[in-house]
Design a protein around this ligand. Sequence first.
Ligand code: SF4
Ligand code: SF4
Length: 348
Amino acid sequence: MAEKVYFLSWSKKDKLYDFLKATRIFNHVKARNFLAIKIHFGEEGNKGYIKPEYVSSVVKIAKEKTAFPFLTDASTIYVGRRSDAYHHHLIANKHGFTIEKCGCPVIIADGLRGDVESEVKVNLKHFKTVMIAQGIYSADSFIFMSHFKGHEITGFGGALKNIGMGCGSKAGKYAMHHSSKPTVNPHCCMGCGECVKHCYQKALFLVDKKIVMNEKKCAGCGQCLVSCAFEVFSLKWNESSLSVQEKIVEYAVGVLKNKKGSYINFLNHISKYCDCFSLSRNNPLMEDIGIVASVDPVAADQASYDLVNKIFGKDLFKELYPKIDSTIQLEYAESLGLGNRNYKLISY
Ligand code: SF4
Ligand code: SF4
């Protein structure tokens, strides 16, 4: 059966509150629920992120249901303004995600340094368990607000990427980005022992104040990369798009395990790169389209993908990334039961 996907054109964006109320996609939000509204606050200089005025409509509906909404994201593995909770809060505040504007607090979900996480069993092709930012894992239910745009590794990024990659802790993000185990340069090691404390696999130990790795024990989780301040560990950034897309979907399975969510994709400022890049590299490539909403993340992303390509006149993402098949994420997500690629678009 086709899944319902609701559509509000960009020219009617001021009607977002009425639109969302009419869709009834918030039926899963219950009284006194801790409701995680997962969003990307935008890297320094980026202009594509979803603006706070749209968040306030979502928060208003959540509060009418007497839920406890909070805005959230997890730390990045690249070095920037979102790679720890302290600087992440500052950039969120600078971009207007304040209690005064949005009506609820910002809680960075994986702690000060991106290592507060929960392990969730999934038993899938790439992962047996996934590492989810603890604040997201502990939430009762979700709303994912996702900016739909191009992406340098996955072709496009929408709801699935916001769920899977966005909710992984730092170790989770490393695991999705890399299948290889870190290489070690012991010459840079200061012998502080910090990484040894963070290695769940007990694959690291010090010999004469220099780090040694037992490769057989290493699970490639990436915790040592996060915990070492001296660049002793490094990884190959050569994971294929196919593998990364599948891993993101497996993480999404972990995030949504036994939980319900709804999915709101913003099809505006559609750029080549994700919101981790600044404006100079990331101008919009076409007109703003609108907002889609659904209780199905696969249907929301499929409808967004189709709307962009219909209005662009050809496959925008294939034009941007000819070597990437960005539909792998949709196909794999559907095969794992995350949702339905078959949808019915209902315009408001
Ligand atoms: S990648 Fe993980 S398991 Fe391997 S050495 Fe680093 S912390 Fe330990
Ligand atoms: S955290 Fe870095 S410097 Fe400290 S022991 Fe581990 S490898 Fe050496």
